[in-house]
Design a protein around this ligand. Structure first.
Ligand SMILES: Nc1ncnc2c1ncn2[C@@H]1O[C@H](COP(=O)(O)OP(=O)(O)OP(=O)(O)O)[C@@H](O)[C@H]1O
Ligand SMILES: [Mg+2]
Length: 149
């Protein structure tokens, strides 16, 4: 089965100055994972992680960024990378409720400061590193099997 061979998917997220296209990448990720029969619960978690990542790239990374999704027999790994402004205090950014979202994003119903905490919650392994002026990187892992270490 193709799902046992490992599949690597690449996506570019543009920052078009609005949120019109946000959701396109996570929807495509979901479709591709369904195609190769990844478990529903795993797809749900990966889709949420990708949506929040996409949203942040479109909101904060001036030039957008990239998502790489690696499907392995025992896990799905998500790598998110941008060369945007970076985050000064990552711990603060990870705090539920902390947000620097501008008014126009809040007016669209986002900017509650829950995206990163939600990504962490939906991940079995979650790492974020960021450098001001350089960009931000996230590595998230969702296990496909409960017995996977
Ligand atoms: N890729 C990024 N580059 C620069 N800053 C970021 C990035 N992602 C998140 N941030 C910063 O971290 C804060 C918290 O992000 P988080 O996704 O948790 O909440 P939010 O985007 O503000 O609101 P929500 O996700 O609930 O709509 C953001 O307000 C922003 O300041
Ligand atoms: Mg967010």
């Amino acid at each position: 089965m193709s799902s046992e061979l490992g599949v690597v998917l690449y996506f570019a997220v543009l920052n078009s100055g609005g949120l019109d296209n946000v959701g396109a990448v996570s929807t495509e990720v979901k479709r591709r994972l369904q195609e190769i029969n990844v478990e529903d619960g795993v797809i749900r978690r990966v889709s949420i992680i990708c949506f929040e990542a996409e949203m942040n790239l479109a909101s904060y990374a001036d030039r957008g960024g990239h998502l790489k999704v690696e499907v392995k027999p025992d896990r799905v790994e998500i790598f998110v990378e941008d060369d945007g402004p970076g985050i000064e205090d990552v711990e603060q950014a990870m705090t539920p409720g902390y947000s620097t979202a501008p008014l126009w994003i809040r007016e669209l119903g986002f900017g509650a400061g829950l995206g990163l905490p939600n990504m962490e919650e939906k991940s079995d392994i979650f790492h974020i590193e960021s450098e001001v002026g350089k960009g931000t990187r996230i590595h998230s892992v969702v296990f496909r099997r409960r017995d996977a270490a």
